[in-house]
Design a protein. Structure first.
Length: 191
């Protein structure tokens, strides 16, 4: 990934989210086909992207989608359940590490679930959001990027609602970013 999601160019919210979904697809392929350090680096980028992307969707997109169509609650509830399962799998993959022999088959299941989730959002949520005005979609894009800039960088299953993200997100985000800083500063063999 050449840039972090929160620094992607201004655009409308749906275009921004689809661009991030495309990046998720690309990084997933890199993880699946990569080996050794290359796989580990791609997974770290994917893990971070997914964590901040899902947090922003939970804070900004899903609350608006609930009120954007006749099936809003049903659609959003299904997406939140998918996100919770995805975070659980991502956390397990993170704990196991990319060099674990169990990583590739579990990652394949995770990748399929994530891509199916993105397709559901693109097919069920985003068309309703596109009906909003251009100015509102641009404002949503700015709000998404702001949420991503402050979002946790690791998966936290059970924190899928906008309220949970607002209440716990800041604390979890600081802890995650400190953990990331320590990981970069201390070589793997010395931890």
């Amino acid at each position: 990934m050449t840039q972090r999601p929160e620094t992607m160019p201004d655009t409308d919210a749906v275009t921004l989210l689809i661009r991030q979904h495309d990046e998720i697809r690309s990084l997933s392929r890199e993880v699946e086909t990569g080996r050794g350090q290359r796989r580990a680096e791609a997974f770290e980028r994917l893990r971070r992207l997914l964590a901040v992307h899902e947090t922003a969707e939970e804070q900004i997109v899903h609350p608006l989608a609930r009120h954007s169509g006749p099936r809003g609650d049903e659609i959003v509830d299904a997406r939140l359940e998918e996100e919770k399962r995805g975070k659980q799998m991502l956390r397990e993959l993170e704990r196991m590490g990319t060099s674990n022999p169990s990583f590739p088959p579990m990652f394949a299941r995770f990748r399929a679930a994530v891509l199916e989730h993105a397709e559901h959002e693109e097919r069920e949520e985003f068309p309703e959001l596109r009906k909003r005005g251009h100015a509102e979609l641009r404002g949503m894009a700015a709000a998404i990027k702001a949420a991503e800039a402050m979002a946790p960088t690791h998966p936290h299953p059970g924190v899928e609602s906008a309220t949970s993200n607002i209440l716990f997100g800041a604390f979890v985000s600081v802890a995650d970013r400190m953990r990331d800083l320590v990981r970069r500063a201390v070589p793997r063999g010395r931890r």
